[in-house]
Design a protein around this ligand. Structure first.
Ligand SMILES: [Zn+2]
Ligand SMILES: [Zn+2]
Length: 561
């Protein structure tokens, strides 16, 4: 990739988000200090309808790859997919040491072990007890509460100033696993002086506070007690605290918990390795289910985002052997929709509803069945009051989330607020200030079943267009005099129904149109194959636009015999 930026990174301290600062997911943040680089997080994003045939998106590391020899390492703040999911894809290109806490390391190892090209990856466990020094950086990790164990914020210290990279966090005062966010450590960092706070904006538009997981235990207890039949509950597999809450509520209401879905089994195994879930009752296996009364069980399932192949969607469709839900059963959505997934989730809810299942989520229930892992406005205000940064740089979110975060910071009297785009180069300097000084090119990568390509790849753009306007393929065979040697062969994709007679007439009209075009061609042009192809293409395109009101992709192949 050609470098177009003008900033030299040989001196100074810069922050460059390459992903996550325009969308939810794809977090990939760079810090450059005196020619050395650190990467913070390397996550995936879910692809939406704009990327047909693509499930996930990755950040594009091409820019930082040019500085590969000066990358000191990658810090993964926690084990959520939007922070860790792209590591197995991109590590082979970057090959730098990875630093993360024990639980995050367990999540990462499980992923990387499946990839031969990740062999040799060095995963180094960090702790909140000790600092990490990678000259010219010094890192202090601070424990934060989040919807996954062992998430960290990082104080990054350089000779140009000290910044806080928040990662994802909230201020749950009574989490069910781990401890609350370490307020004292943030206050102590604030006392030393913080140049900039680079922080989670996900819930900045929400007033108030996220709440506490302990209330979810009570909420679930009520829901479980009131449910007459079988209970199905869907969560993010990595939310070990929620698994603990479900187990507690189940125990209190005399129900056994059964896990369905590969990622839940994998995550609970990670949790056990790291000393979590030891106090909860043991899970019952799927094979034991038929021997238990349905009002004595809770099925904990994957697929809270409506993923078609996950346990929840399959059970909802009646596509899971041995489990059939119906009237009297309850499905609890103990999670939030990641923006863009709402339609898929509703599709699952509709299946369940049609079968007579009662749907419970945070919106329709008087009981709390979910709390967010991200800080609401009052929590962000607390954080800013503890660390008193000179500048705030909102990241981790769509533009409206970043704007809400920025407005809050301005309301609190923060001197400098800088809203980045992906690729913004932000100078971090005690003397010269914090501001955007440059922009480097960046865009997401798209993961197809057998390859990874640019999200701007023409193939994706063409598939998107085909979805809306279809395609016409026309083969025309001419003899040496320029007359048709055979009937033109026409295939229309996405326009006609083969069983509809009226639609068949369209094919005849196209053939007539081809005849007309050929008649118009003058003798001296009869050998100009490209010209004839183009004339036919334009006429058919115009004709199809007149008929359907959209312009399909038309390709014409002219053969001469
Ligand atoms: Zn996140
Ligand atoms: Zn997270």
């Amino acid at each position: 990739m050609k470098k177009v930026n003008k900033t030299t990174f040989a001196t100074g301290f810069h922050f460059i988000p390459l992903g996550g600062s325009e969308e939810f997911g794809i977090n990939f943040n760079l810090y450059a200090c005196d020619g050395k680089w650190m990467i913070f997080d390397c996550g995936i994003g879910f692809a939406d309808h704009r990327f047909p045939g693509v499930d996930i998106l990755l950040p594009d590391p091409a820019f930082v790859e040019e500085y590969k020899n000066d990358i000191l390492g990658m810090v993964i703040t926690h084990g959520h997919e939007d922070h860790v999911g792209a590591v197995p894809y991109l590590w082979p290109r970057l090959k730098c040491p990875i630093y993360c806490t024990k639980f995050t390391a367990a999540v990462l190892r499980a992923k990387m072990n499946e990839r031969p090209d990740c062999k040799g990856a060095k995963i180094i466990e960090i702790s909140t007890e000790s600092e990490l020094v990678l000259d010219p950086f010094r890192f202090q990790f601070i424990h934060v509460a989040h919807s996954i164990p062992q998430a960290v914020s990082t104080v990054i210290e350089t000779s140009y100033g000290r910044v806080v990279h928040s990662g994802d966090w909230n201020l749950d005062p009574t989490p069910v696993i781990d401890t609350p966010t370490d307020e004292a450590a943030f206050r102590a960092a604030g006392d030393k002086g913080i140049l900039a706070y680079i922080g989670d904006s996900t819930n900045a538009p929400q007033a108030g506070r996220a709440g506490t997981e302990s209330d979810v235990v009570i909420g679930l207890e009520h829901v479980f007690a009131e449910a007459p039949g079988r209970i199905l509950i869907t969560i993010f597999a990595s939310n070990i605290g929620r698994i603990q809450s479900i187990c507690r509520a189940a125990e209190k209401t005399g129900r056994s918990v059964c896990m369905l879905g590969r990622s839940l089994h994998r995550m609970t195994s990670n949790a056990h390795q790291c000393g979590y879930l030891g106090q909860t009752q043991s899970f019952v296996s799927e094979e034991e289910l038929p021997f238990l009364p349905s009002d004595k069980t809770v099925l904990m399932v994957t697929g809270s985002q409506g993923e078609a192949q996950a346990a929840l969607a399959r059970i909802a469709r009646g596509d899971w052997k041995g489990i059939k839900l119906g009237k009297g059963d309850t499905a609890v959505f103990s999670s939030k929709a990641i923006p863009g997934n709402e339609k898929d989730i509703n599709a699952v809810k509709n299946y369940l509803s049609a079968a007579g299942v009662t749907i419970v989520d945070n919106k329709n229930s008087r009981h709390k069945v979910h709390v967010s892992g991200h800080p609401y406005r009052d929590e962000i205000a607390d954080m800013l009051s503890w660390i008193k940064p000179k500048a705030v740089i909102p990241v981790h979110g769509e533009r409206l989330m970043l704007e809400a975060h920025a407005n809050l910071a301005r309301d609190m009297g923060i001197e400098t607020v800088v809203i980045p785009n992906n690729g913004s180069v932000i100078r971090l300097s005690q003397e010269e200030g914090v501001e955007i000084v440059d922009h480097v090119p960046t865009h997401a990568l798209a993961v197809e079943p057998n390859r990874v390509i640019s999200s701007h790849h023409k193939g994706i753009a063409e598939r998107r267009k085909l979805q809306f306007s279809g395609a016409a393929h026309v083969t025309v065979v001419l003899d040496s005099r320029g007359f048709l040697a055979a009937t033109p062969h026409i295939t229309l994709i996405g326009m006609i129904d083969d069983t509809d007679e009226e639609d068949q007439e369209i094919l005849e009209e196209i053939k007539q149109e081809i005849d007309d075009v050929l008649l118009e061609i003058r003798e001296e042009e009869i050998t100009d194959m490209l010209r004839i192809e183009e004339d036919i293409r334009i006429c058919i395109r115009r004709m199809l636009n007149d008929i359907f009101g959209f312009k399909p992709k038309v390709s014409v192949h002219l053969l001469r015999v």
